[in-house]
Design a binder for this molecule. Structure first.
Ligand code: CO
Length: 207
């Protein structure tokens, strides 16, 4: 027997979804490629969440990262809003850090971010995504970008990023447009992460 129920309004449903996410154990299970939420442009944030809930969501997104990844976009955890967080301790061998211009990126909140390329320098490196488990591929990215966004308190900021932080900002902002790194990857470089470690990782990255 079907039980009729009155559907919640879109806004309430979103709020309920955020509460459910905050109650779920971390690290969260991240939405995997094939789920339509990853292919829909995220809604610009314009106050869909009640006071304080955006703050809690962003804080929880940062708590998801350690040991898991260096960035997370809200659609990856089923929240279709233009929100992302970035934090990279850059805890890698110095040779890798130098090659990739991977410098420490302190926590950064991206609300309605816009990334603008600066200059014409591109870098191509292997990249992965929490929503594409077990795979990696070479992705060319702008080496320098300008990031314009709001922080979680609604303050607008603008900064220039280069190297690995610029790559992360491009990756996360792509998520909010419904794009995945696979869309920009060199198809013949696609590898399982296990085969990447086995055949393609620089020797210093192994061990
Ligand atoms: Co990703």
């Amino acid at each position: 027997m079907r039980i009729e129920h009155k559907p919640a309004t879109g806004g309430d449903e979103l709020v309920e979804r955020v509460h459910a996410l905050l109650a779920a154990p971390r690290p969260w299970s991240v939405t995997q490629v094939g789920d339509p939420v990853l292919r829909r442009p995220a809604q610009p944030y314009d106050g869909q969440l009640p006071d304080g809930l955006l703050r809690k969501l962003l804080d929880a997104m940062f708590l998801h990262l350690p040991g898991v990844g260096v960035g997370l976009a809200a659609p990856q955890v089923g929240i279709p809003l233009a929100l992302a967080v970035i934090e990279d301790p850059a805890d890698v061998p110095p040779e890798i850090a130098a090659e990739r211009e991977r410098v420490r990126q302190p926590p950064l909140e991206l609300v309605n971010p816009v990334v603008t390329p600066l200059g014409s320098r591109y870098h191509a490196f292997y990249e992965g995504c929490l929503s594409v488990e077990g795979l990696t591929a070479v992705v060319p990215r702008h080496a320098e970008v300008r990031l314009s966004a709001l922080d979680g308190s609604g303050h607008a900021y603008e900064m220039e990023l280069s190297g690995w932080p610029a790559r992360i900002a491009q990756h996360e902002t792509d998520h909010l447009k419904g794009m995945l790194y696979l869309d920009r990857a060199e198809p013949r470089s696609l590898s399982t992460t296990a085969n990447y470690e086995r055949f393609w990782a620089p020797p210093q990255a192994q061990g």
